[in-house]
Design a protein around this ligand. Structure first.
Ligand code: NI
Length: 401
């Protein structure tokens, strides 16, 4: 295992420059969710060049397979998301986005690069490790319904079914060279709420002849806040935010319609769907009780990300073996969402964070900002870690989710 570790580290170092150029290419050619045509083509070209067989799924997804010795012994999936965001890049770098208004501001260019690098190394070393590695280059992480759900529908977790799946995410708040893991719930589910309140509008001086949709909507915004504080287990994080309130156009007219939008987040899947019922019941009774009609739609988004406990214990040890205990930490839970949660509903998963920040170089901008960037050393680090998990992670004990 020591020889394998050394071989992976040396290869990651040797190919660092090559994969910096890969990342620069991806970074300057960002594409929106489900439109990653050039990106998909580029990934396919790379895999062809490495001699790795692959299939195209969900239009722009690419799924490769590398067989080591005893290919049935263990099957590990490594996943990278490939889509970019509608953000105008503010960085002045030679590899700046060439597409106006589009940017790899969530580091999916880095995720894709790390997986391509790991693929090249795992393929070159395939006589040195046992099992099969499935490479999942996934479209549409940033937008419902989530590329993960489409790939799963197209059978990405079958033939063969992975014992476990790994995904990494860049983390600018973590210094380059560091990694963070967390067993159990690590990210929240995210559902979108759309509410329309319809009533009889009319003259503002004669409210008795109307159903005041502004007043009703105001009451509803306040009332919805008690759902979490009075119904949810206080030890289980959950957030309900009404983020848009639209209605009315002048001072003397009560409008006949008010629209609300918001987001609902949770980490407990049972509570999540109970909360949907509570939101529906409360909204219906309050709005009807105040004389108006309700149109409510909850767009069910990504499930929470659950990191299998045994798998994460094994994984953390492996990470410590590769980079030293002092560089591995426990990550905090976040109420952000990730469609990686779809995979962890089916098989044990480990979603971990890759340190990409560097305070002394001023690399601190958060993801989804126009100044987001990484310390390039993170590319070598991410490649080595993904290759290491692909070659060594063995979780027969963790198979039961
Ligand atoms: Ni992301």
């Amino acid at each position: 295992m020591n020889a394998l570790k050394q071989a992976i580290q040396e290869s990651a170092k040797k190919y660092h420059k090559e994969f910096i150029s890969v990342r620069n290419h991806l970074h300057s050619h960002p594409e929106l969710s489900y439109q990653e045509f050039e990106t998909s083509e580029f990934i396919q070209q790379q895999l062809k060049q490495f001699g790795i067989p692959f299939e195209v799924k969900a239009t722009t997804g690419v799924v490769g397979l590398i067989k080591g010795k005893n290919p049935d012994k263990r099957i590990i999936a490594l996943r990278a998301d490939i889509d970019a965001l509608p953000i105008k890049e503010a960085n002045d770098v030679p590899y700046k986005s060439l597409k106006d208004g589009l940017m790899h501001a969530c580091g999916h260019d880095v995720h894709t690069t790390c997986l391509l690098g790991a693929a090249k190394i795992l393929n070159e070393l395939k006589n040195e490790w046992e099992g099969t590695v499935k490479l999942i280059f996934q479209p549409g992480e940033e937008k419902n319904p989530g590329g993960a759900s489409l790939l799963i529908k197209e059978g990405v977790l079958e033939n063969p079914t992975p014992d476990a799946i790994f995904g990494l995410h860049v983390h600018p708040q973590l210094e380059v060279g560091r990694y963070s893991f967390r067993p159990g719930q690590v990210m929240a589910s995210a559902d979108e709420i759309y509410i329309t309140i319809k009533g009889k509008g009319g003259h503002a001086a004669a409210p008795q002849l109307t159903a005041d949709t502004i007043l009703i909507a105001s009451n509803l915004v306040v009332a919805l806040q008690q759902i979490i504080s009075r119904n949810n287990d206080p030890l289980s994080p959950s957030v309900l935010s009404i983020t848009s309130f639209q209605g009315g156009f002048t001072t003397n007219v009560i409008p006949s319609e008010v629209k609300l939008m918001g987001t609902f987040r949770a980490v407990d899947e049972k509570w999540r769907f109970r909360a949907h019922d509570l939101i529906r019941e409360l909204s219906t009774s309050l709005v009807n009780g105040m004389g108006a009609e309700l149109d409510l739609h909850i767009d069910v988004g990504y499930p929470s990300v659950f990191n299998n406990t045994e798998l994460n214990a094994v994984t953390r040890k492996l990470a410590e073996e590769l980079v030293g205990t002092e560089n591995v930490e426990t990550t905090e839970m976040r109420m952000g969402a990730e469609d990686f949660g779809f995979y962890t509903q089916h098989i044990p998963g480990c979603f971990f964070r890759l340190g990409t920040g560097n305070v002394s170089k001023g690399i601190t901008s958060g993801v989804h900002t126009p100044n987001f960037n990484i310390d390039e050393k993170a590319i070598e680090n991410g490649i080595a870690m993904m290759a290491w998990f692909g070659a060594t992670a063995d979780f027969n004990s963790a198979k039961k989710h």
